[in-house]
Design a protein around this ligand. Structure first.
Ligand SMILES: Cc1ncc(COP(=O)(O)O)c(C=O)c1O
Length: 392
């Protein structure tokens, strides 16, 4: 076939040119090292080492033995939506109508639905830097502009209501997406500030999306939900983190009544429904608090080891770890290329961590994230390996 006859090869769309998730790239490098026979301590992925609770596994096994695994309603199984609504009553003393609960394919599926339901192409949505990388990348793929609000150690890595109002005055915002406790910093927005953010967004007519995926994982003051202040917020949550169900791909949203039908239509068309087996299993997760609190106690112990040991081995500049299971470390005195630094750490010390550049395109070259969701042995082993490596 001559070049003339050959149909033009269509490479990817411009919208598909999103950045890779560097944490997953680090995982690939770490697995390659393991395949070559060298040990690796994995601190790069934000994933509980614990299996899902026993009742979750039993519910799935029982369902596989009998029930037909058919599609569910696009908004989710009614019993799961009811159970999620009850969670708000039990945990937050809030009345949430089950009709406002949407079951999603992890919180990741919730972001796509929320962005599509709330924003048109060209909309401007404020997010925190550093922050969860997929926010920016999903928005880019959907033609939504992510407006990064720089936070710093000096201000506790928190986006405030005042910052939102100031940014909106410079150029108007359509939305704000924040998380608390936060990835990668572990910082929690104090409840009064979260309430002020909700009120400010409502007053200015800005959609507020509250990513509450790390709820349940706090080590001091308990977390607050945006739903305590406003029914207009879109709240996103997941069974991935506290409930140890990452691979089950099931999460949820609570949305204002006006968004229920638009989101139902989107979900019907985008995925028909969320995996049924995961929905059945997830319903049991709420009854496993003792088991899950024991897992959380392990994170708390890991966190205590890191807070003691990191400064001793030379990683002194860490953010307060209020919640989640991450330590965000300023490594500016060692490098201004966190990707190369993490690569060297993996190659020489066998410890996999995530470069800050994943979370912050501006200042992330001088930071890295350590996940302490793994075992106590991993954390102690990593501290020992890093101590030797940093002294070498
Ligand atoms: C802040 C935050 N939001 C959302 C997610 C996505 O989680 P999932 O899609 O498993 O619910 C993550 C995963 O690490 C996260 O850190």
């Amino acid at each position: 076939m001559s070049d003339f006859e050959r149909p033009a090869f269509r490479a990817s769309s411009v919208r598909a040119r999103v950045k890779p998730f560097l944490a997953m790239d680090v995982l690939n490098a770490a697995v390659a090292r393991e395949n070559a026979g060298a040990p690796v301590i994995h601190l790069e992925i934000g994933e509980p080492a614990a299996p899902p609770p026993r009742l979750v596994r039993e519910a799935a096994i029982k369902a596989l033995g009998g029930t037909r695994i058919s599609y569910t309603q696009a908004l989710g199984r009614p019993s799961l939506r009811e159970r999620i609504a009850r969670y708000y009553r039990d945990r937050h003393a809030l009345t949430v109508a089950a009709e406002r609960v949407v079951v999603t394919t992890g919180s990741s599926g919730g972001f796509v639905l929320a962005f599509l339901a709330l924003f048109d192409v060209g909309a401007r949505v404020l997010i925190a830097n550093p922050g969860y990388p997929a926010y920016r990348n999903i928005m880019q793929a959907l033609g939504v502009e992510a407006v990064g609000a720089a936070t710093s150690a000096a201000t506790g890595h928190i986006v405030t209501a005042g910052m939102i109002e100031a940014a909106h005055r410079v150029q108007s915002l359509d939305g704000v997406l924040l998380m608390s406790p936060a990835n990668p910093t572990g910082v929690m927005t104090p409840a009064p500030e979260l309430a002020a953010i909700c009120r400010t967004c409502d007053r200015l007519g800005i959609a507020f999306i509250s990513d509450e995926i790390y709820h349940g994982l706090t080590y001091g003051a308990p977390e607050a939900s945006a739903l305590a202040t406003t029914e207009r917020a879109v709240v996103i949550n997941s069974f991935s983190k506290y409930y140890c169900m990452t691979g089950w791909r099931v999460g949820w949203m609570v949305v204002p009544e006006s968004l229920v039908r638009p989101i139902e239509r989107l979900q019907q068309n985008l995925s028909i429904s969320v995996p049924t087996l995961s929905q059945i299993a997830a319903e049991a997760a709420f009854d496993c608090v003792d088991e899950l609190e024991a897992v959380k106690a392990g994170y708390a112990a890991n966190r205590a080891v890191l807070m003691d040991e990191l400064p001793r081995i030379g990683f002194g500049r860490i953010q307060p770890m209020d919640g989640a299971f991450y330590a965000y470390v300023d490594v500016g005195e060692f490098t201004n290329d966190s990707v190369a630094f993490c690569g060297k750490m993996l190659a020489e010390a066998g410890v996999a961590t995530t470069p800050g550049l994943d979370f912050d395109p501006d200042n992330g070259r001088r930071a890295l994230r350590i996940s302490y969701a793994g075992s106590a042995d991993d954390i102690r082993g990593a501290v020992a390996a890093l101590k030797g490596w940093l002294r070498a």
